[in-house]
Write a protein that binds this ligand. Structure first.
Ligand SMILES: [Zn+2]
Length: 147
């Protein structure tokens, strides 16, 4: 199998899959992501502080949803917006949305990061050592199953 295109990596991430191979089973519970893909062996945390990007993504999306809810609520109820109702609604959205969006923010960040910075040969070798063997090293050297 070949490495994904930039578009594939981002799309797979946006759909909560492994950006490299498309594997879907990456979370043990809602918030606990595996360290490596069980299929291709890719190690998701590519450097120290890697997940700050996913936190930034989650904050940006949460802020966007907040703006839509707050401005939409004001516009649709103008000239007499229910301020207490809007406050309760936006507090609820700002509390729940980041939790619900957490897994997608992680996989999306992996995809965006992979699109911006393709895997190094050493990362591909490392992944092949942990993958199922279905993903060999794509021309670098034979895979762990000798293929
Ligand atoms: Zn994978």
């Amino acid at each position: 199998m070949t490495e994904p295109t930039k578009g594939q990596a981002v799309w797979r991430g946006a759909t909560k899959r492994c950006a490299r191979c498309g594997e879907r089973k990456l979370f043990n519970r809602w918030v606990t992501m595996v360290q490596r893909c069980p299929r291709c062996g890719h190690s998701y945390e590519r450097n120290h502080g890697f997940w700050l990007g996913s936190i930034m993504l989650n904050m940006a999306f949460t802020f966007g949803v907040f703006l839509v809810v707050f401005v939409g609520g004001m516009v649709t109820t103008w000239p007499d917006p229910p301020w207490t109702g809007l406050l309760i609604l936006t507090l609820t959205v700002n509390t729940l949305f980041p939790v619900v969006f957490h897994p997608i923010s992680r996989t999306l960040w992996v995809g965006m990061e992979m699109a911006a910075r393709p895997l190094e040969p050493q990362e591909i070798l490392d992944a092949a050592a942990f993958g199922t063997g279905e993903w060999s090293i794509a021309g670098l050297e034979p895979g762990p199953t000798g293929n």
